[in-house]
Write a protein that binds this ligand. Structure first.
Ligand SMILES: CC(C)(COP(=O)(O)OP(=O)(O)OC[C@H]1O[C@@H](n2cnc3c(N)ncnc32)[C@H](O)[C@@H]1OP(=O)(O)O)[C@@H](O)C(=O)NCCC(=O)NCCS
Length: 179
């Protein structure tokens, strides 16, 4: 296991996207998707305060949070990361896209990169995600990448676990965002 923090923040490069550290200058673009403990930011100041907590969690080895940047513009289109479980060799994935960038495959490509990093660099034994029964887009995303439902939880939540059944589920070269 090699937990955060790392000597340099791990930037992960795909065909059309880069998973990178979020900069202060990005925050005004991503207020709408800035959250901490599921509470949304109301303005850029709150987003900045949340980012500081996120950075501290990274320094403490508890999480890693990437901005997903479109390579051609370096614009952040969404975020993803591992937010819980690292100390136990597990990674709970979370992710969110700015609404105008949904439906192009950005998150499919980003999660594939995050899974590869989780397995090969952090050394995770299990990768999972929790969503709700009603979240059709998240369910389609997870199943597209090779997650399977493993449990019904309270409050309509469901747990999905990534299972390496088919090498093509991590073929990032095969799925690149269309813009
Ligand atoms: C969950 C969420 C990230 C999914 O967004 P998304 O846009 O559907 O995901 P992707 O970026 O991977 O795009 C996939 C969609 O684009 C389409 N698409 C278009 N071009 C594509 C391409 N080149 N490659 C892959 N998919 C492509 C896919 O068909 C798919 O649409 P569909 O589900 O209607 O079939 C988004 O709905 C969101 O941010 N929700 C709020 C937060 C949330 O619920 N997070 C989940 C927590 S587990």
């Amino acid at each position: 296991m090699k937990l955060p923090p790392y000597d340099t923040f791990p930037n992960l490069s795909g065909n059309n996207i880069l998973l990178r550290e979020i900069q202060y200058s990005d925050l005004k673009h991503i207020v709408e998707i800035s959250r901490y403990d599921a509470i949304p930011a109301k303005n850029v100041e709150e987003a900045a305060a949340m980012q500081e907590k996120i950075n501290q969690n990274y320094k403490d080895g508890n999480s890693i949070h990437w901005g997903i940047a479109d390579k051609s513009s370096n614009t952040i289109v969404g975020t993803c990361g591992y937010y819980r479980g690292l100390d136990k060799g597990e990674g709970e994935l979370g992710c969110i896209l700015l609404s105008q960038f949904m439906g192009h495959g950005y998150m499919t490509a980003a999660i594939q990169l995050a899974i590869q990093f989780g397995l090969n660099d952090i050394g995770l034994k299990r990768i999972f995600a929790i969503t709700t029964q009603q979240n059709d887009k998240a369910i389609r995303l997870l199943e597209r990448i090779g997650f399977v439902k493993i449990a019904d939880l309270e409050d309509d939540e469901i747990e999905y676990e990534w299972v390496k059944t088919n090498p093509s589920t991590l073929a990032t070269s095969a799925i690149s965002p269309s813009n």
